[in-house]
Design a protein. Structure first.
Length: 230
């Protein structure tokens, strides 16, 4: 299966997983919930469009670099999500870990862009790698988040995670009356926001890093002699 077809399959599966939340908590579709779920579908569609039709198809080396780094970053982020449910120690450190994750996402985009741009001496290659890193980090992380919640939904660990992450406070401010529906909507919102944040990181930090080949580009033959003659 090609990468382009694989992304379509992953996107469809993730939309189904997200929609499954409405089966466990049907109130999640009330209010702005339906729009939040549509947002997840649009985010998945954006991933498909970027991979299948984006201006990156001729940058195979950069794509491989970005996909590889994205899968590692998404796997690590997903493992942390699962660890929060399994370990009270990890849960208690969730705020600090949250900041580390943000730094990690930036680092992933920078690393992908740096490796690709230095390898191909191309601004476009660096940006391509950064974009793919964020897309595949998202595609790896999001199903883990959903499946973890579904698996631990009735577990006492969920209460611990919610307290550590301030879910109860957010729920009280939301004005909603169904906690589980609120949480599902929150996951749907994250399914859109996380991708957009990742692509913003890729655009900003990936572009900055990708300028390295331009700065390190060797002068053309004869330019040094010309400069000396002047």
């Amino acid at each position: 299966m090609t990468l382009r077809r694989l992304v379509v399959v992953i996107a469809v599966v993730e939309v189904i997983l997200a929609a499954a939340g409405s089966l466990t908590d049907r109130a999640a579709l009330r209010g702005s919930g339906a729009f939040a779920l549509i947002g997840v579908a649009l985010a998945q569609t954006l991933c498909v469009l970027l991979v299948r039709y984006g201006p990156f198809s001729n940058r195979s080396a950069a794509i491989r670099i970005g996909v590889g780094i994205g899968l590692v970053a998404g796997g690590m982020y997903g493992a942390e999500v699962v660890a929060e449910y399994l370990s009270p120690t990890v849960t208690d450190a969730s705020v600090v870990i949250g900041w580390i994750i943000v730094i990690g996402l930036v680092a992933a985009a920078v690393l992908a862009s740096t490796v690709a741009s230095l390898r191909e001496r191309s601004l476009r290659a660096g940006i391509t790698a950064a974009v793919y890193a964020m897309v595949f980090e998202y595609l790896t992380w999001y199903p883990v988040v959903l499946l973890s919640y579904y698996a631990f939904r009735t577990s006492p660990a969920t209460d611990r995670v919610w307290r550590a992450e301030g879910t109860y406070d957010d729920f009280a401010r939301s004005g909603m009356t169904d906690l589980h529906a609120f949480v599902i909507q929150d996951f749907w919102g994250a399914g859109t926001f996380h991708l957009l944040a990742g692509l913003t990181i890729a655009a900003v930090f990936g572009t900055i890093t990708a300028t390295l080949p331009l700065l390190l580009r060797k002068p053309a033959p004869g330019s040094a002699r010309t400069s000396t003659a002047r």
